[in-house]
Design a protein around this ligand. Structure first.
Ligand code: BES
Ligand code: ZN
Ligand code: ZN
Length: 484
């Protein structure tokens, strides 16, 4: 679907259909031209109400406010109401006289129209080819169209990269093994000149002494891959490193998951998929930062050579880990990848992982947990995340939880001795692999909830949502604005 900005009033634009976003209970605006018909069909103007009037070729979608996410939601449900029609072109007005509306309208449409039909013999099709965004604002304030052009470009890149992430996460474990994920990253680097890609195999992991990562991957016939993508623009102002958990399948290992919990574990590569597309978006947006994506890709399986509860592993930084549960595998892979990441001397070090079911219990399935040692950085990150349309909530470490990872045989255990606060104890486990100089530069983003949900929600479809991409890229966009 094409999205184009048109420097004309809405009535002067020719299109097959018009989307009208209605402010809750404000039915007197000039864009609402079908008041009588709306009344006849029982339209009340209540939050999230959406009515399509084929007779006038208009679709009315009610939103709570002109805030970014309300616009995304409103335009996405309007799209949903007309996607099966024969319309080819659609028009919509601009709401606010700043960059935010054009970006949110575009994102709502591009994210809301995603579908994953790779495995369906009958593909999902729509006749809608083009959406025209008028420069006419809700309050008739004249805007300079050049001022908002960039925001549509940003939306296109962010939405495409988020949708690419959904594709990778939705792909089955057979079709997206660690090796295939590495090939995907290599192909991306071939496609985008500014990106470089290094892929390391088991030999590399051995040379790097990544004992924790190696143990997790050992029982699978699919061999692990270490993936390192980098983007180094000349004008770089800061260095960002994104570390991604890339478990292309998590069966739980010998601490095997019950059948009901195993389904959807193809989504355990969500952190890695997000990291790959964060760097892709950054390169396409030409952000003035050096960026690295460091990914541990493996399968957590069972077999005669599987790592076991009771094993003691030596991580890349020399610390020993008692394995008490092989299903707490993500933190083991991340421990080694985070240690590698710090050799790159980041100014910001963020890891993305579907790390714990406990995080989903703590903040609900729609929200990512943000953990780290710097309250300021966490607060700043959550703000950017919410602005980007992703829900995120800060979770606080404390000294008592830290003690729960003690082991009698090794430097630490891979699970806590209490079942409470599991998202935080997983985050604190990772903190053991963060050197003092990076303590305040590091954030752990637990995306276990929103990365994959088996129902439609908001403008997200059943399955993967591409969690992590928009919030991380938006954080960098805001940082780039600050450094201008
Ligand atoms: N990949 C899972 C976490 C997960 C759960 C992601 C649900 C998405 C949805 C992770 O590897 C895991 O199994 N964690 C365990 C940790 C426990 C053994 C301490 C969990 O959350 O139960
Ligand atoms: Zn697990
Ligand atoms: Zn896992």
């Amino acid at each position: 679907m094409q999205i184009n900005l048109i420097d004309k009033n809405i009535t002067d634009i020719k299109a097959d259909c018009e989307i009208v976003l209605v402010l809750e209970k404000n039915l007197n605006h000039k864009w609402i031209k079908d008041k009588n018909t709306l009344e006849t069909v029982g339209f009340k103007g209540k939050s999230e109400e959406c009515v399509f009037l084929a007779s006038s070729n208009r679709v009315y979608s009610v939103i709570d406010s002109f805030q970014n996410d309300d616009i995304r939601l409103g335009v996405a449900s309007a799209y949903k109401a007309i996607k099966k029609t024969t319309y080819k072109t659609v028009k919509v007005g601009l709401y606010l006289d700043d960059e935010s509306s054009a970006r949110s309208l575009s994102e709502g449409l591009l994210l809301g129209s995603y579908s994953f039909d790779k495995y369906k013999s009958k593909k999902d099709t729509t006749s809608i080819k083009e959406v025209l965004i008028s420069s006419e604002t809700y309050n008739d304030i004249k805007i300079d169209i050049n001022f908002i052009k960039d925001s549509v470009e940003i939306a296109k890149i962010l939405s495409a990269c988020t949708n690419n992430t959904k594709d990778i996460v939705n792909t089955t474990p057979y079709d997206m093994t660690p090796e295939k994920l590495a090939i995907y990253a290599q192909n991306l680097a071939k496609e985008i000149d500014e990106l470089e890609c290094f892929v390391g195999d088991e030999k590399f992991l051995e040379n790097e002494k990544m004992g924790a990562f190696l143990a997790v991957s050992r029982a699978s016939s699919e061999k692990p891959r270490f993936i390192h993508l980098s983007y180094k623009p000349k004008n770089s102002k800061k260095r960002f490193v994104f570390v991604g958990k890339g478990l292309t399948y998590d069966s739980g290992g010998l601490s095997l998951k019950p059948s009901d919990y195993m389904v959807t574990m193809k989504s355990d590569k969500s952190g890695a998929s997000a990291a790959i597309h964060i760097i892709k978006a950054a390169a396409l947006l030409k952000l003035p930062f050096e960026i690295h994506a460091v990914i541990g890709a493996a399968e957590n399986m069972i077999g005669g050579n599987a790592y076991k509860p009771d094993d003691v592993l030596i991580a890349r930084n020399g610390k020993s880990i008692e394995v008490r549960n092989t299903d707490a595998e993500g933190r083991l892979v991340l421990a080694d990848c985070l240690d590698f990441a710090q050799d790159l001397k980041p100014d910001y070090l963020f890891d993305l992982a579907t790390l714990t079911g406990a995080c989903v219990v703590a903040v609900g399935e729609y929200t990512s947990g943000v953990m780290g040692n710097s309250t300021i950085l966490k607060r700043e990150f959550v703000k950017s995340a919410l602005q980007s349309g992703e829900l995120a909530s800060s979770l606080p470490f404390n000294r008592y939880l830290r003690k729960l990872l003690k082991s009698s045989i090794a430097d630490m255990s891979n699970i806590a001795s209490s079942r409470y606060g599991g998202a935080l104890t997983a985050g604190l486990f990772l903190d053991n692999f963060i050197k003092d100089e990076f303590k305040d530069k590091w954030l752990h983003l637990d995306i276990a909830g929103p990365a994959f949900i088996e129902k439609d929600w908001g403008y997200n479809q059943c399955g993967a949502s591409g969690a992590g991409v928009r919030m991380c890229v938006n954080f960098m966009i805001n940082k780039a604005k600050e450094s201008k």
